[in-house]
Design a protein around this ligand. Structure first.
Ligand SMILES: Cc1ncc(COP(=O)(O)O)c(C=O)c1O
Length: 335
């Protein structure tokens, strides 16, 4: 399967992930949940220590950083950020310094899950209480960049989730893989968890660029409300289209969102999502995470039950499994 280049406007890419990822059928899950057929795009297997969706985006973002002569990556996220952990791993592999601004009300959070790996990979980490992180993020970033420059380094900044135009190409490429693994002419429904938005936007753009007109893309918001995502996804799409001069318009890229599966808020698990983690563990030996993939899968299964259809359902497993270890208390008591 030759996917050397996927589009004439595709920017330079580093070869960091294990691509292409498998597309597998979840027969046990389908039987247990009474739905027809479920396929899983195993983007949790994009690479051992770098599992998940972020590595696809970083292939393009870090290629741009290197092209600009950067020797230091600066980014931010929550204390258990999968994005920051993936950035730390990429930095270690490429010999780049990584500096991360993490949101944590605990000034000495336990080194577990992703944070443990950030430290293992040698990232420089600072913690900021949620209020200060929200209110002062741009100052925190500016001062981190300044510190790096004053130490003679060349820092390159990208925001949480690497959901910037270069990052969008990660999921344009994933869609190109799926277009080879499935028939572009068949009716396919793709589902993913949506937070910083780059995964969904990449899939939306890829759907048009790869000519999969009969496919639909559904995002399950896990951090903000639907109104927020209608604006933020469109904004990232517009920026990507402009920066890479892609020949498409918003009326070709409908935004489909499945509301009602955030629970009380971002990264706060709820019983139905925890049940989904158990269900996938026991029926398929597959690990979902408590903040993203469990909520996304819960939304997909509910939608498939409410609106049975003949279309092929594919869940994009965006990884994040390390986050489950920091929340082992959720699963422990009665498994
Ligand atoms: C495991 C996992 N799944 C899904 C998402 C959501 O992807 P995106 O930020 O591209 O919307 C993220 C990151 O935010 C993630 O870490």
């Amino acid at each position: 399967m030759n996917l050397e280049t996927i589009h004439p406007q595709e920017p330079a890419r580093l070869n960091l992930a294990q691509l292409l990822t498998p597309l597998v059928e979840l027969k046990n899950l389908a039987k247990l949940t009474g739905v027809d057929r479920i396929l899983l795009k195993r983007d949790d297997l994009t690479g051992l220590e770098m599992s998940g969706n972020k590595i696809r985006k970083l292939e393009y973002v870090v290629a741009d950083a290197l092209a600009q002569g950067a020797d230091t990556l600066v980014t931010h996220g929550g204390c258990q950020s999968n994005h920051c952990r993936a950035t730390a791993a990429v930095g270690a592999r490429l010999g780049l310094r990584v500096r991360m601004i993490l949101r944590s009300d605990d000034p000495t959070p336990p080194a577990d899950g992703n944070l443990f790996l950030d430290q293992l990979f040698g990232a420089e980490v600072s913690y900021h209480p949620a209020d200060a992180y929200r209110a002062e993020l741009s100052d925190l970033v500016a001062s981190a960049m300044e510190k790096e420059r004053s130490n003679g380094r060349t820092p390159y900044f990208f925001p949480v989730g690497a959901s910037v135009p270069f990052g969008s190409w990660g999921y344009i490429r994933c869609l190109a893989e799926l277009a080879k693994q499935l028939d572009p002419a068949e009716p396919v429904d793709l589902y993913c968890a949506t937070s910083s938005g780059g995964t969904q936007v990449g899939l939306m753009l890829g759907r048009v660029l790869m000519g999969c007109d009969n496919w639909r893309i559904f995002g399950v918001p896990v951090s903000d409300d639907v109104d927020y995502f209608h604006t933020s996804l469109r904004e990232l799409e517009r920026a990507t289209v402009e920066q890479f001069q892609l020949d498409l318009s918003p009326d070709q890229t409908p935004i489909d969102l499945i509301d009602g599966f955030i629970g009380e808020g971002y990264a706060i698990p709820y019983p139905a999502a925890v049940d989904t983690i158990r269900l996938l563990g026991r029926s398929e030996g597959i690990v979902l995470d408590p903040s993203y993939t469990s909520k996304g899968m819960t939304g997909m299964l509910a939608t498939m039950k409410q609106q049975p259809s003949e279309r092929i359902a594919v869940y994009i497993h965006t990884g994040g499994s390390f986050g489950l270890f920091a929340r082992r208390d959720l699963i422990a008591e009665d498994t």
